[in-house]
Design a protein around this ligand. Structure first.
Ligand code: 13P
Ligand code: SF4
Length: 322
């Protein structure tokens, strides 16, 4: 067996992978929904917003993105001179799949005729580059409220693709945005009945849920937060028990950065795991192979690059980092 093949079969420890990537000029970014090994191997772990900012500011020549496809596309749009690699090209997202760019453009035209003015389109970052190019401004779970509030109240807004995040924004901000009918297949599985049982079994526990959760689950929660907002809350807490209504790998990060608390994954309708099947396609083996082979490589169609960058830049301009 060739020595290069043998090296690829033996996946080293996460810190060895990270050092190898550093020596070879590749920045590893990982979303907090990746499993603990991939988080440890990364140079930087974050939520969608932090990862977008990191990609925009890092000035890297090459990025390996352990996350899902739309996140790697976002990195490519914000850092166009970098080559962007992903461990698995099939790591998609049910929200991104729910909104086809051509359908969106047709619906925008329909609404413009119906309303007599073009609605402002806000797209949650969980969408394709083509959808980013067709919208006016992007938001993430970490800044959605500020982005919506940046649009004058008399302007009609079309919000895509997440009906649950959009519904939560309408409720809490008193808006009447028109919502696209998309949902995250992971967060849709959380069950309010089993959550209520778990709350009863853990008196005094604090329920944190992601705004991608359906309304009955949000209503049974103490706080609705994106993944970075949850991390800030648990870091500030002292010895609490948290029931976590989002992808269960986030708990790895909580236990590492805020070990003083207890974390229990909120249950799904039929299981207690709530792991994103797309994030799970990225494995240590695929990461190691991707770094060596510098691929698969994510590309964005030339005609989408500039309009999508403008939509992302508007978001970054609205929300000044803390
Ligand atoms: P965050 O924006 O909170 O990182 O969430 C990303 C995501 O995919 C949620 O399902
Ligand atoms: Fe997409 Fe849901 Fe997975 Fe997040 S958890 S990447 S929204 S499928």
């Amino acid at each position: 067996m060739q020595s290069e093949e043998r090296t690829l079969l033996e996946v080293p420890e996460p810190d060895v992978i990270r050092d190898w990537a550093t020596e070879n000029g590749i920045l590893i970014l990982a979303h907090s929904y990746q499993d603990g090994f991939l988080q440890e191997a990364a140079h930087f772990v974050g939520d969608s917003l932090e990862l977008a900012r990191k990609a925009a500011s890092a000035g890297a020549d090459a990025i390996c993105f352990a996350g899902v496809h739309f996140m790697a596309e976002t990195a490519k749009i914000l850092c166009p001179d970098a080559r962007v690699f992903v461990p698995d090209m099939d790591a998609g997202c049910s929200l991104a799949d729910a909104c086809d760019a051509n359908d969106l453009i047709r619906y925008q035209e329909h609404l413009t005729n119906k309303l007599g003015q073009r609605p402002v389109t806000i797209a949650y970052v969980n969408c394709t580059a083509a959808v980013k190019a067709a919208c006016d401004i992007i938001c993430t779970s970490g800044n959605a409220r500020q982005v919506v509030e940046s649009v004058p109240e008399d302007q009609p807004i079309l919000f895509v693709p997440d009906k649950h995040l959009g519904g939560w924004l309408n409720e809490t901000l008193g808006r009447d945005m028109i919502l696209w009918n998309g949902a995250c297949e992971v967060h849709e599985l959380f069950s309010v009945e089993t959550l209520n049982v778990m709350k009863a079994e853990n008196p005094g526990s604090i329920v944190l849920s992601h705004p991608e959760c359906p309304k009955p689950v949000r209503d049974a929660s103490d706080h609705i937060l994106g993944t970075a907002g949850m991390l800030n809350m648990v870091k500030a807490a002292k010895g609490e028990t948290f029931l976590i209504g989002t992808e269960a790998n986030l708990i790895y990060r909580f236990e590492k950065e805020a070990p003083q608390n207890t974390y229990l994954p909120a249950p799904g309708a039929s299981c207690a795991c709530n792991l994103c099947p797309y994030m799970a396609l990225n494995t240590p083996e695929k990461l190691w192979k991707c770094l060596h082979e510098r691929g698969p490589e994510v590309t964005v169609a030339a005609e989408h690059m500039e309009p999508a960058r403008k939509s992302l830049q508007r978001m970054l301009d609205v929300v000044v980092p803390a």
